[in-house]
Design a protein around this ligand. Structure first.
Ligand code: SF4
Length: 342
C-alpha cells in the first residue's frame, strides 16, 4: 500500500472500540418488518434498547403515508438513530432546523479548504496556501448557505478564521499533501444492499494507490472530545467501505480518520467478513427505523451526546414535548443527508 503519505503523528494501530451505526435516511416505508436481523459483534445493540428508552409515551397511530421511493440510508442518519431514535426523528422526519454552531461552521469551512487545496499543483500545497483559502472559502460558503451567513452577521470574528488555520496546521502535521493525488474529493457513493436499501453518503477523500488499493479518508474537526464521537466516526467509515466494496468489488485497504484538532490520524483496516456483518447490521437498523416510523415511536435515548443536541426544548428528557408526528414522511434531501456531519 503506497499512497505516498508521510505521517508525523499517527495512531494507526488503535482499535477504535465499539462500532455503532452511523446515519440513515428514511425514505419509502414498506410494511412493518416482521423480523429484525440480530445485531452482531460490536454493534452495541441499541435498537431494542433505544426503542425501550424512558421518558416518552409511544405515539401510535395509523400507518404513516409514505412517499414512494426506494428506502435509503446515509451514515449520519443511521448514526442518529443508533445514538438516539428521537434525534433521528427530529432531523430526518420532522426536519427541524439546526442553526450551525461555530464548531460546525468551522468544520464546514475546513472541509471546503481541504477540498480546494488539492486543486492546486502539488508543489504549491503549503500551509500558507491553504491558509490563504480560508477567507475566500468562508465568503463563498456564507453566500451559498444563509444559516452560515447568519452565524456571525457581517463581522466574522478573527478568532474563527484563525482557529480554522489552526486546524489546517493540524492537517499539515499529519499529511504532506504535496505527495498525494486524491482520486476523489467530496465523493458521493451509493449502493443497494439487501435488494432494496440504498446506502449513500459523501466521502471526504478517496485515495487509490498505484496497485489499486483504496483508502477512505475522513477529516474530523469537532471541538467535542473525540471519544464521544469516535465510534460514530468509525461506523461512518465502515459504511463507506461497504459501499465501495459493493460498487467496486474491492474492500478498501484502509479507513483513515484525521483528527485535525489533535493532529492525529487513526487508520483502520476492514475485512470482507466484517463488512458482511456490517451490512446485516445496516439492514436491521433500517428495519428498526421503518418499524419505528410505522408505529410513530421514536424514543429519546439520553447519553453524553445530549450535550451537543440542538433539540433540548423538544425532548422529554429535558422537559420538552416533541411536535405532532408528520402525516407524510418525505424522502431525505441531499441536505438532510448531511445534517450534523462533521
Ligand atoms: S437531548 Fe438527548 S435524548 Fe433528547 S433528542 Fe437530543 S440526543 Fe436524544
Amino acid at each position: 500500500m503506497a499512497y505516498g503519505v508521510r505521517m508525523s503523528v499517527t495512531d494507526a494501530s488503535r482499535d477504535v472500540g465499539p462500532r455503532p451505526p452511523a446515519d440513515s435516511a428514511p425514505v419509502g416505508l414498506g410494511p412493518v418488518a416482521a423480523a429484525t436481523v440480530p445485531l452482531t459483534e460490536a454493534e452495541p445493540g441499541p435498537l431494542t434498547e433505544a426503542q425501550a428508552g424512558p421518558g416518552v409515551e409511544a405515539q401510535v397511530g395509523p400507518a404513516v403515508e409514505a412517499a414512494p421511493a426506494r428506502p435509503s440510508l446515509s451514515p449520519s442518519r443511521a448514526a442518529d438513530f443508533k445514538t438516539c431514535p428521537l434525534l433521528y426523528r427530529f432531523r430526518t422526519i420532522d426536519r427541524l432546523p439546526e442553526p450551525p454552531t461555530p464548531d460546525q461552521a468551522r468544520g464546514t469551512l475546513v472541509h471546503a479548504v481541504l477540498e480546494r487545496l488539492f486543486d492546486l499543483p502539488a508543489a504549491e500545497r503549503s500551509l500558507a496556501a491553504a491558509s490563504a483559502l480560508v477567507a475566500p472559502q468562508w465568503d463563498r460558503l456564507r453566500a451559498e448557505q444563509p444559516l452560515l451567513a447568519e452565524l456571525f452577521g457581517d463581522e466574522t470574528p478573527a478568532e474563527f478564521l484563525d482557529s480554522t488555520v489552526d486546524l489546517l496546521r493540524g492537517y499539515f502535521s499529519v499529511e504532506d499533501p504535496t505527495r498525494l493525488e486524491p482520486a476523489e474529493r467530496e465523493y458521493l457513493v451509493e449502493a443497494v444492499v439487501d435488494d432494496e436499501l440504498l446506502i449513500r453518503g459523501y466521502i471526504d477523500r478517496l485515495d487509490v494507490s498505484p496497485a489499486g488499493d483504496l483508502r477512505v479518508v475522513d477529516y474530523k474537526t469537532g471541538g467535542a472530545p473525540r471519544e464521544a464521537f469516535e465510534a460514530r466516526a468509525l461506523f461512518q467509515l465502515k459504511f463507506y467501505a461497504l459501499v465501495l466494496w459493493r460498487t467496486r468489488g474491492v474492500v478498501p485497504r484502509s479507513l483513515r480518520l484525521i483528527y485535525l484538532k489533535d493532529a492525529e490520524a487513526c487508520d483502520y483496516s476492514p475485512d470482507a467478513e466484517e463488512l458482511t456483518r456490517f451490512e446485516r447490521t445496516l439492514v436491521a437498523l433500517w428495519q428498526a427505523i421503518d418499524r419505528a416510523t410505522q408505529e410513530r415511536d421514536f424514543r429519546p435515548k439520553p447519553s453524553k451526546l445530549c450535550e451537543w443536541c440542538a433539540h433540548h426544548s423538544r425532548c422529554p428528557e429535558f422537559g420538552g414535548t416533541p411536535p405532532p408526528f408528520p402525516e407524510t414522511v418525505l424522502p431525505p434531501t441531499e441536505a438532510a443527508l448531511a445534517v450534523g456531519e462533521d
